[in-house]
Structures are given as structure tokens and as C-alpha cells.
Design a protein around this ligand. Structure first.
Ligand code: ATP
Ligand code: MG
Length: 575
């Protein structure tokens, strides 16, 4: 495939293996030249970053090849599915920047057609009603080493099967008492082909079809046939379905379907220091180990959004990790790198003091407030400038001061001069302590000639501190997040310890007495901000109060990924 670059030279773009397959199909004129993909979530939980990979891939393929991508809810398991999840999935896909237009579907809309397909299989002698219990079915199935055994019900007549299946549907039998199975091959080397169950009885209300059905199709049966009903040409799924592909193809071959979709598998995204399966995420939520599905420490899209991740950063991350045929673990530092890169361009800079220490500038006039000019984003002059109030009493960070400092400590310490960002040079003269000997106030003098942060006599200082004027400061709560797990592969449970016991005790650090510069009063949860020297932050819409905003730290400024990979640091941390 060729694309034009800005110099109007032709550049050869490398296609990933799925794009290549589709390009080959188009060249060969298969599928009437159409490309139709789908993103098929089961509405049994919230979407996570792994789903984002699948969304970007499926919608991206449709976009690239001028095709269509459906959003299809694979809602065949009513006991675990809820409308809440359907709504959250739609919100998240939209937020990521993808639009399915009219193409919103539900597997449950096909229940009648799937039932008809099942009848066709029975009529063709390719499906039978089996009365073995679930345990017996498992026993008869055999193992990887041993072939399975035929069910004693395998040779039921078509008439008897039709009768029993119809009665299963009409609610005559109890849950688990009978199933419909495909009649394939109990000796197959592929266990998925050993007469898989295709319908089960479940007297459970469905969130869309209510009590209409008391039998529900199994995933393998419903999924491929839903693809076929929708005219999907390329059914992209994760590697664990590779062994199911012969079954996927078997159903499509046996039945008269509108199209014959092909299943293509790719490696799922695994991310270090987190868990991704919905079951595990749900456990964290249910056991109150996190505050909810949108806890900013979770890899859910709603959690990442609340944490301050942007759709662009997530899309870039998905693009960068690419599509592979082999499972691997992606370093979460790469995700953090992607958000830093995006926010470095986008986020306005502000000053905030998280652990305040009072500084009094003794030679600065009492009552005077001066407005000093500050740059909103050094990466983007068009973001303009703002005014920051400066006064005699300020807050600086506690850890920017040390009374008995080692030689290499260049920040505030008695006798040393430092720069206050956008303001003046100040020199520490003395301190005041409480009864426990803790420094409560640092007394300094300033040099009026250094306004704006440079000295006319060329005098240099070794560090620049951020600060906030006491009088105009806004009190705030700031939540510092770190990785949720201390183990890089919590889900592997290698040492026999369950993942839920591997939570990083420092994954959340709440600071309640932070002080912000006044301009931060008017930012919204849609605008990421940088607190100078501290990281990128976002207003927490859910917990902020008018008199006390809450900010979540999205990510620190220090880029471990760039350091590791030798790339340019997105934003060097100034200390
Ligand atoms: P989980 O395993 O996390 O519970 P799932 O596969 O059960 O997820 P589905 O709702 O069935 O979740 O997934 C919808 C689509 O997203 C499927 O096509 C699935 O293959 C894909 N998907 C799920 N997890 C990942 C992942 N980690 N990486 C890439 N794609 C994924
Ligand atoms: Mg699934």
C-alpha cells in the first residue's frame, strides 16, 4: 500500500499481518471487495485498555480500507450481563473516538435466527439433544491424550431431537437437565470439535429479551453466526480462539449463511503491573479493593479517563504496540510514555504546592500583591501567558527545604539563594520551629532586581522552586496514584499468592492540604494540567466540591520508558 508523504514522495507503508491479509483479499477480489469488521464486547463488565486495542484495530481496519465496523454486543449469557455495562461500553467507545453510526447490534436480536439455524442442524442430523449431566459431558469428552466417547443420546432420531429441542425452548425442562450439542467428532484431536454444546437451558431473564427465551446459544455458536448474519468479512479475535476456529468454520460450512466470514487471531494486550480480565477487575470492585470500575488505578477506560488519560494517547499507544501473532507483555511504562508525550503538548502549566511549608519574605512590603507573568506552555506559545500573584507570604514544598543540608542539596537551606519560578531570587535567612523542632516557617529576603527570575549582575542560582502565594491560594485535595500492583505480573500468581493480595500499598496517596495558584479554580475536568515539577493532573469531577477541588495525578514527569529505550525524554524533571 502506498501513501504520499508531505514531500509528495511515495513512501512504502508497512502493513501488519491483518492489514496484509485484507489487502490480499481485496486484490483477489474476495468478499466482493468489501471490508466489514466488528467490535464484539460481552456486556458483562467495563471496557479496559485491552479492549481499546481491539477497538482501534477493528475500527482502524474499517477506516483504512473504506469499510464498516459494527458495534455488536455479544449478549448471550444473561446471568452476567447488564444494561449498565452496555451503556458504559458505548460511552467508552465513543470517548475513544470511534463512531459506529447505525451499526449497533445485539446478538440477542438474532435469537430467533440462531434458533432456526439450530433447527437446521438438527434436521440435517448434525445436532442432538443430550441428557448427560454437565459432569458426565466433561467425563465423556476425554482429554488431550485420550479421545472422547460418544454420548448415549448421540443417535437420537431427528424427530425426537426436534421434539425435545422444541420442548426445551417452551420451558418444559429444568436448567442443566438437557443441552443441544453439535454432532461432529468425539475423537477429534481438537477438543472443541468433540460435540460441543450449542444451546443450554437457563430460566434467566435477559436484559433485552426479558422472559422470551429460556434457552440460550453458547458463545461459539452465536458468535460466528452473528458475524455471518451481519455480513462480517473479517472476524478479528484474540489468540485463545485459534483452537476454536475449526468450529467457527464448521458452523458456517454446515449452514446457509449470507456470507462466509473468516476468523483471524491476534495476540491480546497484556500490560505489566496490572490485571486485565473482566473477572479479575470485577473481583477488585466487588471486594472493595478499589473504589469502583472507574478507580483511576484500574486499566479500565473509565478509570484511565478519570485518571486523565486522553483518547489520543491511548490510540497512539495501541498504534505503537502493533499487532502480533504471539502473546507478550507490554511494559506499562510505554503507556505512561504515550500520555506524557500527549500531555506535554496539550497541558497548561500551573503551580501547586502539595506539602506546603510557609515562606515569609521579610523585606517584601506587607499587603502588596504583585502579578507576575508566567508562560502557559513552553512547548506551545499559542497557549499564551497568565498572571500569577506574588506576595510576602508564600508556600513552597516541604522537601524543597532542608535545614542541615548536604553539599549537593541546591534547594532552599539557610544562607543559600534560589530562584522562585517567574518571580525573584530569594535567600534563606532563618527558620522558626514548633515545640517538636519541626520547621514551620522559613524567613527569607528577596532581591528586587531579579524580577522575572534573572539577575542583572549575571549571578546564577542552582535551582528554581515552584510556589504559591498564601493569600490567594486555593486549598485542594490531591491524589497521587502509583501502579495498582507491586508485582509486574500479578495475574500469573507465580508464587501461589492470589493477585488480589499483591496490591501496591502505595498505589494511592491522598494529600488533603495542598495549595494551588488561583488560576486553577477555573480549569475543568476536560483540561489536563501540569503542576510544574510534579506531574500531570486532572480535576476529579466526581469528588470535587466547589470549596475544595480534588485533583488526580495522571502521571509523574519522569519518563522511565524514554530513559530505558534511550529515546528523548518527553519532559525532563527539574529539581
Ligand atoms: P476479558 O478476557 O478481559 O474478560 P473478554 O475477551 O471476555 O475480556 P469481550 O467482551 O469478550 O471480553 O471482548 C470483546 C473483544 O475485545 C473481543 O474481540 C476480545 O478478543 C477483545 N479483547 C479482550 N481483551 C483483550 C485484550 N487484552 N487485548 C486485545 N483484545 C482484547
Ligand atoms: Mg470474551
Amino acid at each position: 500500500m502506498k501513501e504520499q508523504n508531505c514531500d509528495d514522495q511515495e513512501v512504502i507503508e508497512r502493513l501488519n499481518f491483518i492489514q496484509q491479509r485484507i489487502a490480499d483479499d481485496l486484490t483477489a477480489g474476495r468478499n466482493c471487495g468489501l471490508v466489514h469488521t466488528r467490535f464484539p464486547p460481552e456486556p458483562n463488565g467495563y471496557l479496559h485498555i485491552g479492549h481499546a486495542k481491539s477497538i482501534c484495530l477493528n475500527f482502524g481496519l474499517a477506516r483504512k480500507f473504506s469499510g464498516v465496523c459494527n458495534l455488536r454486543f455479544d449478549d448471550t449469557n444473561p446471568s452476567k450481563e447488564e444494561v449498565e455495562y452496555v451503556d458504559s461500553i458505548k460511552e467508552d467507545v465513543k470517548w475513544l473516538g470511534f463512531d459506529w453510526g447505525e451499526n449497533e447490534f445485539f446478538a440477542s436480536d438474532y435469537f430467533s435466527r440462531l434458533y432456526d439455524y439450530a433447527i437446521q442442524l438438527i434436521e440435517a442430523g448434525k445436532a442432538y439433544v443430550c441428557d448427560l449431566t454437565p459432569v458426565e459431558i466433561r467425563e465423556y469428552r476425554g482429554s488431550l491424550q485420550e479421545p472422547g466417547r460418544n454420548s448415549p443420546y448421540r443417535e437420537r432420531s431427528v424427530a425426537e431431537n426436534l421434539d425435545l429441542f422444541t420442548r426445551m425452548r417452551s420451558g418444559e425442562f429444568a436448567d442443566g437437565s438437557r443441552v443441544l450439542r453439535a454432532k461432529i467428532d468425539m475423537a477429534s484431536g481438537n477438543i472443541n470439535l468433540r460435540d460441543p454444546v450449542i444451546y443450554r437451558i437457563a430460566h434467566v431473564k435477559h436484559h433485552r429479551t426479558g422472559d422470551k427465551w429460556c434457552i440460550y446459544p453458547m458463545y461459539d455458536f452465536a458468535h460466528g453466526l452473528s458475524d455471518a448474519i451481519e455480513g462480517i468479512t473479517h472476524s478479528i479475535c484474540t489468540l485463545e480462539f485459534q483452537d476454536h476456529r475449526p468450529l467457527y468454520d464448521w458452523f458456517i460450512e454446515q449452514l446457509e449463511t449470507p456470507v462466509k466470514p473468516q476468523q483471524i487471531e491476534f495476540a491480546r494486550l497484556n500490560l505489566s503491573f496490572t490485571v486485565m480480565s473482566k473477572r479479575k477487575l470485577m473481583q477488585l470492585v466487588d471486594e472493595n479493593l478499589v473504589s469502583g470500575w472507574n478507580d483511576p488505578r484500574l486499566p479500565t477506560l473509565s478509570g484511565l479517563r478519570r485518571r486523565g488519560y486522553t483518547p489520543a494517547a491511548i490510540r497512539n499507544f495501541c498504534e505503537r504496540i502493533g499487532v502480533a501473532k504471539r502473546n507478550s507483555m507490554v511494559d506499562v511504562a510505554l503507556l505512561e510514555h504515550a500520555i506524557r508525550e500527549d500531555l506535554n503538548q496539550r497541558a497548561a502549566r500551573y503551580m501547586a504546592v502539595l506539602r506546603p511549608l510557609k515562606v515569609v519574605i521579610e523585606n517584601y512590603p506587607e499587603g502588596r500583591i504583585e502579578e507576575l507573568e508566567a508562560v502557559n506552555n513552553p512547548e506551545d506559545e499559542s497557549m499564551g501567558r497568565r498572571r500569577v500573584p506574588f506576595a510576602r507570604e508564600l508556600y513552597v514544598e516541604q522537601d524543597d527545604f532542608m535545614e542541615d543540608a548536604p553539599k549537593k542539596f541546591f534547594r532552599l537551606t539557610p544562607g543559600r539563594e534560589v530562584r522562585l519560578r517567574y518571580a525573584y531570587y530569594i535567600r534563606c535567612q532563618r527558620v522558626e520551629k514548633d515545640e517538636q523542632g519541626v520547621v514551620t516557617t522559613v524567613y527569607c529576603t528577596y532581591d528586587p532586581a531579579t524580577r522575572g527570575g534573572s539577575s542583572p549582575d549575571g549571578r546564577k542560582v542552582k535551582s528554581t522552586l515552584h510556589w504559591v502565594a498564601v493569600k490567594t491560594a486555593i486549598p485542594a485535595e490531591v491524589r497521587l496514584y502509583d501502579r495498582l500492583f507491586s508485582d509486574p505480573e500479578p495475574a500469573a500468581e507465580k508464587d501461589g499468592e492470589p493477585f488480589s493480595k499483591k496490591i501496591n500499598p502505595d498505589s494511592l496517596n491522598v494529600l488533603e492540604n495542598c495549595q494551588l495558584e488561583p488560576a486553577l479554580a477555573s480549569v475543568s475536568a476536560k483540561q489536563a494540567v501540569q503542576f510544574e515539577r510534579l506531574g500531570y493532573f486532572i480535576l476529579d469531577e466526581q469528588d470535587s466540591r466547589r470549596d475544595k477541588p480534588v485533583f488526580n495525578r495522571t502521571v509523574t514527569l519522569r519518563d522511565n520508558w524514554a530513559k530505558k529505550s534511550g529515546a528523548r525524554r518527553a519532559q525532563p524533571e527539574k529539581k
